[in-house]
Design a protein around this ligand. Structure first.
Ligand SMILES: Nc1ncnc2c1ncn2[C@@H]1O[C@H](COP(=O)(O)OP(=O)(O)OP(=O)(O)O)[C@@H](O)[C@H]1O
Length: 317
């Protein structure tokens, strides 16, 4: 169940949140509600992603507006936020001379776990991020990918309900990136941990998240389900060989009973108001009966990439 059911608060709710650093307005009246199992924050450099994550943790205090994470006030409820939320910062933050094991146990203790639980949870999370073999080596001897996975492990070690990941694939080579994306996807799909992850790369978000939020100049520029381009019942476009008008005229009475109407598209194809299975079957049946080739039958909805590119256009302050 999610916040929309009224049974569980949204992961993150911002109302008119503003934060200025000197001359820079990092967040500029940001209002949004995030409720998906995994949400990707996308934006150009300086769009406000890190500031938003830090504000959501209570590490940065907004000048104006309110931020709630899991329904908790991030200013007044900081200790509860620390217990229920994990954070993976973008930049290096691990002590080089400590092992991943020691880092995780220490942070678990600081977040309130007893020694036994801290050790048990550390084993579990280091296994989950693929570091169990190397857990006793100093972090300074790790590859960047291993350091990133240690940062993720420490964000998970106290059993949070939600993790905030700031650029989890930053600086990783292709193999390290693949590993990280696979782990991030599993957090929400298999481990039931809700995720808010920032990235510059739409592909990362498409592969790990259910929803994408685009920030631009500290404001919300777009919020879309990742599957926006593949809505199975959304409008469709049909391109057939031969006499398009005759095909459309014959198709119309076959799809009308399902509430589907036809309109010509700008490209001269046939636009279907909905791509219901029954309407698509009618297209295929008619094409087969008439020996007409179907060149293209595809969702007409704009792809996620178009939406995101439009939303990001205009740059950042
Ligand atoms: N502590 C700070 N002091 C001064 N300026 C800051 C501070 N933190 C952020 N900023 C500025 O606020 C703006 C938003 O920064 P933020 O780090 O939130 O963006 P971002 O979307 O995470 O960018 P990036 O993708 O480069 O990490 C930037 O112009 C940044 O330079």
């Amino acid at each position: 169940m999610d916040g929309a059911d009224g049974l569980r608060p949204p992961v993150l709710e911002c109302v008119d949140v503003a934060k200025r650093f000197g001359a820079v307005q990092a967040l500029d009246g940001l209002t949004m509600s995030l409720d998906a199992p995994a949400t990707g924050l996308l934006g150009a450099n300086g769009a406000g992603k890190s500031t938003l994550l830090r504000t959501a943790l209570g590490l940065t205090r907004p000048d104006r507006g309110s931020v709630r994470i899991l329904g908790l006030d991030t200013v007044r409820g900081r200790s509860e936020v620390r217990r229920r939320v994990g954070f993976m910062p973008e930049h290096p933050c691990l002590p080089n001379d400590m092992s991943a094991q020691d880092v995780c146990v220490s942070l678990a203790r600081m977040r309130g776990l007893g020694h036994r639980d801290a050790v048990r949870r550390t084993s579990e999370v280091l296994f989950a991020v693929g570091l169990e073999e190397e857990r006793r080596r100093p972090v300074g001897s790790y590859s960047l990918g291993m350091q990133q996975r240690t940062k993720l492990a420490q964000a998970l070690v106290h059993g949070p309900d939600v993790v905030l990941l700031d650029e989890p694939t930053s600086g990783l080579d292709p193999a390290g990136r693949e590993e990280m994306l696979a782990i991030v996807r599993r957090l929400s799909t298999e481990l039931g941990i809700r995720v808010v992850a920032s990235s510059h790369v739409l592909d990362d978000i498409e592969r790990t998240c259910d929803e994408v939020v685009v920030l631009r100049s500290g404001t919300l520029a777009a919020q879309r389900a990742v599957l926006v381009g593949h809505d199975p019942s959304g409008p469709a476009e049909l391109r057939v060989n031969g006499d398009v008008g005759a095909f459309a005229a014959a198709l119309e009475p076959r799809v009308a009973p399902f509430g589907v109407s036809l309109t010509p598209t700008a490209a001269g194809d046939i636009g279907l108001s909905a791509s219901l299975d029954a309407a698509l079957d009618a297209v295929r049946d008619l094409a087969a009966e008439r020996g007409v080739g179907v060149e293209r039958l595809a969702p007409a909805a704009r792809g996620l990439e178009d939406v995101v590119v439009d939303a990001m256009a205009g740059g950042t302050r």
